[in-house]
Design a binder for this molecule. Structure first.
Ligand code: FAD
Length: 391
């Protein structure tokens, strides 16, 4: 494996870094970054800045105006974008759109690509992915899927509740997972344009995090009619597999973006450890603080290596299911530790909104739950170990 980062990716990373520092970080106190995420107004303004900087949309296929980055290329670029939580929003490489673009590229038919993927990839629309349901429905266990899709003429009628759906409010379309049979695993993905009165947003939920445009909504599908050409891929049995097409790389891109935020928290803590004094010397000269900085560096380094290795496997065409699970668990927990230590090093100011560390600490916590809670990945990995399927 080649660890040297190609020059063009170093240049891209530096350009994104400068853009995020100069054009995006000054917006972090913008009141349009609400508790339900950045407003569309703020997002569009930041997208405009990214266009001016020649970085929009940079990560998508060349056919849609991007650079067609490999997974490894994304690892380098998304880390730089994540230095501000608004960076991925500005650069249109945030969840859930980034994962949906990938899913549509792999599974959509030509007509669906033209109608849904093209405007999404070009950053003209937003989208959402609707899998999770309130109890007793689908969560960690997608097999508990309750939403039904009943055949009706040449289409289907969908009924059921979804919740924690990022970006549903304001999305131009939804990808909805519904049960198309009673057998185990009979799930189908459907595309539907929004708004639609039968896709009812009941509430944008108040949550710990606030970095997703549109927040997270509960949605009620009440007799939502979709035509036969709304089926993404094939009917039945493949819905869960398609979801995996989306989820394995999508959980890795979350790791990349959050790594950038962890580095930001660490940089702020390092600056504070150099300048603030206590007991006659800089904080960083106290071993207890320097050890925290060293632990931050180790977590950041190991997280980056886990991301790079998984990205390298994905680029070779490997599904990298086990590696992406390991990377997701390790990165989400390492990033949490870095945010926690950084806040601790800041002392009182760490608790205030004077720095972004407080927000990174809060926001990164949710990553240990979405795209598979740590325990579910550990459980799945444990099964692989026992069955000798780790290689
Ligand atoms: C910020 C955020 C954004 C999200 N965005 C979306 C979205 O856009 N679309 C979407 O469909 N969903 C979304 N989700 C939902 C997310 O995918 C689910 O929360 C996640 O899959 C867990 O499901 P659950 O919440 O129902 O928890 P449950 O399945 O009820 O699990 C609860 C807890 O039980 C434990 N647990 C579960 N199974 C096991 C096991 N086998 N072994 C050990 N412990 C276990 C874990 O600790 C887990 O955290 C989002 C969630 C969050 C927090």
């Amino acid at each position: 494996m080649e660890f040297a980062v190609p020059e063009e990716l170093q240049t891209l990373s530096a350009r994104i870094g400068t853009f995020v520092r100069d054009d995006i970080i000054p917006h972090e106190h913008d009141p349009r970054w609400t508790s339900h995420g950045p407003t569309d107004d703020l997002r569009e303004e930041l997208n405009g800045k990214a266009k001016t900087a020649g970085l929009f949309p940079f990560h998508v296929s060349k056919g849609y105006g991007g650079l067609g980055l490999s997974h490894f290329g994304k690892a380098i670029a998304f880390e730089a974008a994540g230095y501000s939580m608004l960076g991925p929003i500005a650069l249109h490489c945030a969840a859930p759109d980034e994962g949906n673009i990938r899913l549509l590229e792999e599974v959509a038919n030509p007509e669906q690509k033209k109608r849904f993927l093209e405007p999404l990839a070009k950053g003209e629309t937003r989208s959402c992915f609707c899998m999770t349901e309130p109890a007793p429905g689908a969560g960690s266990d997608p097999g508990q899927l309750q939403t039904t899709a009943e055949p009706d003429g040449n289409g289907f009628i969908l009924n059921g509740k979804k919740w924690l759906i990022s970006g549903a409010e304001g999305a131009a379309f939804a990808i909805i997972m519904a049960r198309t049979g009673n057998g185990e695993g009979e799930a189908t993905l459907f595309l539907t344009e929004l708004p639609n009165p039968a896709f009812k947003i009941e509430q944008v939920i108040d949550t710990l995090d606030s970095s997703f445009t549109g927040g997270h909504a509960s949605v009620s599908n009440e007799g939502l009619r979709v035509s036969g050409d709304a089926v993404l891929g094939e009917v039945g049995r493949k819905g869960f597999r398609y979801a995996q097409v989306r989820l394995a790389p999508a959980r890795l891109t979350h790791c990349m973006r959050w790594l950038g935020s962890a580095i930001r928290a660490h940089d702020i803590a390092t600056g504070h450890a150099r300048s603030r004094t206590a007991f006659g010397k800089p904080l960083g000269a106290h071993e207890g603080v320097s050890f925290m900085l060293a632990d931050n560096e180790m977590d950041i380094h190991m997280a980056r290596l886990a991301i790079w290795h998984t990205a390298w496997l994905l680029d070779k065409g490997d599904r990298a299911s086990a590696q992406s699970s390991m990377a997701k668990v390790f990165c989400s927990e390492a990033i949490d530790r870095v945010a926690d230590r950084s806040l601790q090093i800041l002392g009182g100011p760490g608790i205030t909104r004077d720095t972004i560390v407080e927000r990174i600490y809060r926001e990164s916590r949710a990553f240990r739950v979405y795209d598979g809670p740590s325990e579910v990945h550990r459980w799945a990995l444990g099964r692989r170990v026992l069955e000798g399927r780790m290689q």
